[in-house]
Design a protein around this ligand. Sequence first.
Ligand SMILES: [Zn+2]
Length: 63
Amino acid sequence: MDQEQAVPEVCIICGQEKAEGIRIISQFICEECEAEMVRTEAEDAKYRFFIGRMKKIGLQKNA
Ligand SMILES: [Zn+2]
């Protein structure tokens, strides 16, 4: 039986060698940075949604 060997790769975000992570178009992103990215994106989406709502409310008030 072949043993699955985790080959460490250099994360493009933190620059550290990590065995666990994801590969996007041959670029490696470690688990920690991926989690951070997902969190940041979610925060960003929430922020944009919030701003969009604020603008809508503002426009409705002005109309
Ligand atoms: Zn990383």
